[in-house]
Structure formats: structure tokens, C-alpha cells
Design a protein around this ligand. Structure first.
Ligand code: AMP
Ligand code: MG
Length: 421
């Protein structure tokens, strides 16, 4: 049995970064840019007004104050999106709206509040300037955000809403990103029934395929639920064959030492087992290997296969620890770890067999300290413990246990808002 760290290392050794593809910008949220983005334009493209007001020559405002306004002749109006044909000559001003290009001759804008416009009717022929302004006042300079020819976003950047906005501001509707992995998901077990069916006696609903598909989606992959294989090699093989054009295959159940645990047999025959069993609790029976699949061109290629433990909590924790980093790596991401905090434990966890324990907990900040409260019974079949938890208390394999008041590391499953694609 190998350690959690060794297992993750072996998994990542078998994972390659996927190819880049062109994608509409809104579909790229959470993906990694596969090209440097160089601007072909200035943003803003022209000097423009930061305020509604009057475009003036700053020299004309010298000495202006509320007591002694400087009166200028208004020769026109310029609105956003249009270009004034007039020039601001000494003694004149052009009424200007926010975002409108600054007319020729003007070097500054006086905002409405610093004029006597409100005391006049309609669009005035003359305007009193009530304050002195310096050259450049209330003017946004051409290229002050982005200059033409500059590198705006680097290859490797993770696309967040701000990056989507920046790309749109450059007029890019599509960009090259590392594509999302397609992940096929199948359940195993004669007792497992799909959620769309009535539940016969002795059977249970398939929760694993759904929790796993949701995890795949959360971390940016494209899940494809294949169905439920019964506990025979033939059934599993037949279903697996339908999923071999994917980038990753995930099964759940059938990896223990029972008579009907066929995933390992099928993996050994169709590919290669890299490891079976990890010193983790829950999730010990995790199996990882590669299986021969089809590439788009019709050739053969190795597809990583994760045989997750069957118990619903184990399957989810196996996923968080091993599948999540694999998906992130495939997508070209560099940061593969979940955030962790140190917290004061409320509760007791015993470690009896030298495995690394991941206990479901609710983490809260109180009085400037993180507190971790166990969710209650920690059985690996108690899926509601995952629904209650926002973190996993990690007890190292070489520690006999932890008790109330101990400082523990908590791997956070949820950390405020996350991108949900
Ligand atoms: P196994 O490793 O196949 O013996 O499964 C371990 C436990 O997990 C058994 O109690 C199974 O009934 C349960 N289990 C396996 N697959 C699923 C599934 N897809 N959804 C819910 N529970 C499952
Ligand atoms: Mg089973």
C-alpha cells in the first residue's frame, strides 16, 4: 500500500497537458490561456472625458473662482461615440459627455459641478467656469489602460471574469485555451439503480456517478455519465468500451477484495494497474491505471483510469485528492492544491492503522481563530457528512490521533465563492 503523496505523484506522472483549442471567451471561464494576448489597439483609443462637463483650454480658466467666474462661449456639444468637428479656440468651450473624445484645442475638462450651468436654461450659449483646472484635468489619456502592441495577458493565465472582460475590451470574441478534459463516469454494482428508476427492495440509488460528475464540472472538466455496470467483467468491459474516447475514465465501486470486485481484473486485462490501495482513510481501495483507448485519429492511446472506492464518501474524497489535481494538470493549471488552514479541533480522531485520515468538519472563524468541528459519524457511507462539511481535517499517518484543543490542518473543500462552469 502506498502513501497519499506517492499515489498523487504516480497519478501526475501519467497525466499530460491537453491540446489547445479556440473557444468563445465566455466558455473559457476557469481555463488556461494558450496564447499571449497582444493588443492591436489603444484602450481607450482616444483622449476622452472622464466627466460630464465642458472641454476647455486650461489657460482660459486661470484665475477662475466662484466669486469671479471666467465666462466662455459654448460652440457645441460632443457626446460619447462621436467626434467633434469644431476646435476649442481661446475663449470657447465645448459641452462634453463622459467617454466622448476630447475635441481639438481643448486640454482639460471642467465638470458640470464647477460651472454655473445649473443656473442657466437648457444648453447655454455661454458658460461660467468656477474653478481653475490644470492641463489634463478629467481627461483619460489614449492608451492609459492598454497600449497598442503591448502584452496584455500572458499564456498560462487562468481566465477569470476580469480576463473575459479584458479580452472583450480588445475585441477578441475567441481565444486559444487548453481544452477541458472529457471524463466518462460509470458506476458498478448489481445493487445500484439510476435515480430515474423506482427503487426495488435491496437496491440503492447511484449517488457516486452524480457526485463525481458534479466534481468534474466544478473543476472544469466535461462529465459524461455512461451508466451502471453489473458486477461482471463482461458487463464492465462492454460499458467501458463506450467510454474509451474520453480523456479520463472514472469508475466507482468494485475495487475491494470481495468476490465481485471486478474493476482491477478488467483494468489489468485491458491496460495496466499503476497502483491499488492507498494509505488513506476513507478511500483505501483506490485503484489507478491506464487503459488502452481510442484517439480522435483512430490510433491507440493510454487513458488514465481512476477506480474510485464504492462508498460514497470515499469516492468523493478519492476524487478531491487524486482526480482533481489530474484534471487541473490536464487543463494546464499550475496550482493543484486546495487551500488549507490551521484550526483548533473540537472532537477526537483516533488513528489506529497508520493511514492519513480525512475527517469531515465544519470550519468557522471565531475570535480570529479557525475552529474545526467534526460533522458527526464519520462512516464512509454517510454522504450527508460531506454535505455538512466545508473542510477535511487531515491527521498524518504517523500520528496516533488528535484530541480536543489540538491544532490541526484542514483542507478546505469550499472556500467562499468558486467558479462554477
Ligand atoms: P464496493 O466497493 O463495490 O463493494 O462498494 C462499497 C459500498 O459502496 C457498497 O455499500 C456499495 O453499495 C456502495 N456503492 C458502490 N457504488 C455506489 C454508487 N454508485 N452509489 C452509491 N453507493 C455505491
Ligand atoms: Mg460493488
Amino acid at each position: 500500500m502506498i502513501s497519499v503523496d506517492e499515489a498523487l505523484e504516480k497519478v501526475l506522472e501519467h497525466i499530460d497537458i491537453l491540446e489547445a483549442e479556440e473557444s468563445p471567451i465566455l466558455g473559457c471561464l476557469g481555463q488556461v490561456l494558450a496564447e499571449d494576448i497582444i493588443s492591436t489597439i489603444n484602450i481607450p483609443p482616444l483622449n476622452n472625458s472622464a466627466m460630464d462637463g465642458y472641454a476647455v483650454r486650461s489657460a482660459d480658466t486661470r484665475g477662475a473662482s466662484r466669486q469671479s467666474p471666467r465666462v466662455l462661449h459654448v460652440i457645441g456639444t460632443v457626446t460619447a461615440g462621436t467626434i467633434s468637428q469644431s476646435e476649442v479656440k481661446p475663449g470657447t468651450a465645448i459641452r462634453i459627455m463622459t467617454g466622448a473624445p476630447v475635441p481639438k484645442g481643448a486640454d482639460s475638462v471642467v465638470m458640470f459641478e464647477d460651472t454655473d450651468e445649473s443656473a442657466r436654461h437648457g444648453v447655454p450659449e455661454e458658460i461660467g467656469i468656477l474653478t481653475e483646472v490644470k492641463p489634463g484635468a478629467e481627461i483619460r489619456q489614449a492608451g492609459e489602460d492598454i497600449t497598442a502592441g503591448s502584452l496584455v495577458l500572458r499564456k498560462g493565465t487562468v481566465i477569470r471574469p476580469a480576463e473575459v472582460g479584458v479580452l472583450a475590451s480588445l475585441g477578441r470574441s475567441k481565444v486559444m485555451v487548453i481544452r477541458r478534459p472529457v471524463v466518462t463516469i460509470l458506476a458498478t454494482g448489481d445493487e445500484i439503480v439510476d435515480v430515474t428508476q423506482p427503487l426495488p427492495q435491496g437496491k440503492i440509488y447511484n449517488s457516486n456517478s452524480y457526485s463525481v460528475a458534479a466534481l468534474v464540472r466544478r473543476y472544469g472538466g466535461t462529465p459524461r455519465i455512461l451508466g451502471i455496470a453489473s458486477d461482471s467483467e463482461d458487463s464492465l468491459l462492454a460499458m467501458l468500451r463506450r467510454g474509451l474516447d474520453a480523456d479520463v475514465v472514472i469508475t466507482s465501486g468494485g475495487v475491494s477484495v470481495g468476490d465481485y470486485d471486478v474493476v482491477k481484473e478488467v483494468l489489468a486485462k485491458q491496460g495496466e494497474i499503476v497502483f491499488w490501495r492507498v494509505r488513506a482513510k476513507p478511500g483505501k481501495p483506490l485503484t489507478f491505471g491506464v487503459i488502452k483507448g481510442r484517439s480522435k485519429g483512430g490510433g491507440v492511446r493510454n487513458i488514465p483510469l481512476f477506480g474510485l472506492a464504492g462508498n460514497p464518501v470515499s469516492a468523493m474524497i478519492n476524487f478531491e485528492l487524486f482526480v482533481r489535481p489530474a484534471i487541473l494538470k490536464m487543463m494546464g493549471k499550475k496550482n493543484l492544491v486546495k487551500p488549507a488552514v490551521e484550526a483548533v479541533l473540537e472532537g477526537t480522531i483516533e488513528n489506529t492503522d497508520g493511514r492519513r485520515i480525512f475527517a469531515r468538519a465544519v470550519v468557522e472563524k471565531r475570535g480570529g481563530k479557525y475552529l474545526a468541528r467534526l460533522t458527526g459519524p464519520q462512516g464512509s457511507g454517510i454522504l450527508t457528512s460531506m454535505a455538512l462539511a466545508n473542510g477535511l481535517v487531515v491527521v498524518p499517518e504517523d500520528k496516533p490521533g488528535v484530541k480536543p484543543g489540538d491544532l490541526v490542518k484542514v483542507m478546505m473543500l469550499d472556500w467562499g465563492e468558486e467558479i462554477d462552469i
